[in-house]
Ligand binder design. Structure first.
Ligand code: GUN
Length: 286
């Protein structure tokens, strides 16, 4: 068998960003500059890295950006007041509150307070509900990136059996809904599923988001299947590993994403795409 194609998320992400940059140029002629506000509460080091990456993406693409770094002991009222201000601010089209928030702040209360049309994370219950019923909505970034990567393999999704491992609100559930929207037959697996390898082995498209390093080996994989690994696990030696045992799986799979360099680079790109879309909608251009 020939070696599996490696899906190059970094390159695909760059191609999409080039398209976004062109659209930003076009929009500027109509006096619109997409604006993203990021709210970060506290000192979580990983969150600070993610937020810097978002700031950089805005800068590279010509977006307006604001980053609000609040101390860890900020009250929920202070965070809600900032969200309210950003909801009303016309230079801001997208609002992202970096998660997790410190324990004394209710994430749900903060997410619910974000204006639906500025919710570029796609986490607001109205956007989630619109996704469920198939109405237009801002799509959550990582799931949207997963679908984009599958489409770019050239493998038809319609009519295929897709298995999603993991049922989180941020990845597993929305990915399953998006795959159904693309006319796949979708099976969900999770930590309590019995016979997971047998079920996964039926998948033409396997999406893995369980948060356990290298758990999915070749015994879970049908030869030729498309493998999308959403896992991001930090190993004791400091290296990053996916949920898929890449070395063994790539010997039998079809197109497969590496970690890093697969799904990861797509998430911020989809955030930028959502912010551009929100800017167009809020300016009456689309
Ligand atoms: N923290 C980790 N991933 C995410 C994400 O996609 N959005 C937000 N807001 N916070 C996160």
């Amino acid at each position: 068998m020939t070696a599996a194609t490696i899906i190059n998320g970094k390159q695909i992400s760059e191609e999409i960003r080039e398209g976004i940059a062109l659209e930003v140029q076009q929009l500027s002629k109509q006096g619109v500059r997409p604006g993203l506000a990021v709210v970060l509460v506290g000192d979580d080091p990983a969150s600070h890295v993610y937020v810097r990456n978002k700031e950089k993406a805005c800068h590279d693409l010509g977006f307006y950006s604001e980053v609000h770094r609040l101390p860890a002991d900020s009250s929920q009222e202070e965070v809600l007041a900032l969200v309210d201000k950003l909801n009303k601010q016309s230079s801001i089209h997208g609002i992202l509150v970096q998660l997790p928030l410190p324990g004394h702040i209710q994430e749900k209360a903060v997410i619910d307070a974000i204006a639906v049309e500025k919710d570029v994370d796609g986490f607001h219950p109205v956007n989630v509900g619109n996704l469920v019923i198939g109405d237009d909505s801002l799509l959550p970034c990582t799931p949207a990136g997963v679908i984009e990567l599958i489409k770019r393999t050239g493998v038809e999704i319609s009519g295929k059996h897709a298995v999603v491992i993991g049922r989180s609100n941020i990845v597993g559930k929305p990915v399953s809904l998006l795959l159904q929207r693309e006319n796949a037959t979708v099976t969900m697996c999770h930590s309590r599923t019995s016979n997971m390898p047998e079920i996964a082995k039926q998948a033409d498209i396997l999406v893995v988001a369980i948060g356990r390093a290298n758990m999915i080996d070749a015994s879970y994989v049908k030869p030729g299947a498309v493998i999308i690994d959403v896992g991001m696990n930090r190993l004791e030696n400091g290296k990053l590993a996916g949920d898929v045992d890449f070395a063994s799986v790539k010997e039998i799979s079809g197109p497969i994403t590496p970690v890093p360099g697969g799904v990861g680079p797509m998430t911020i790109t989809m955030l930028m795409k959502n912010t551009l879309l929100a800017a167009k909608r809020l300016s009456g251009i689309e």
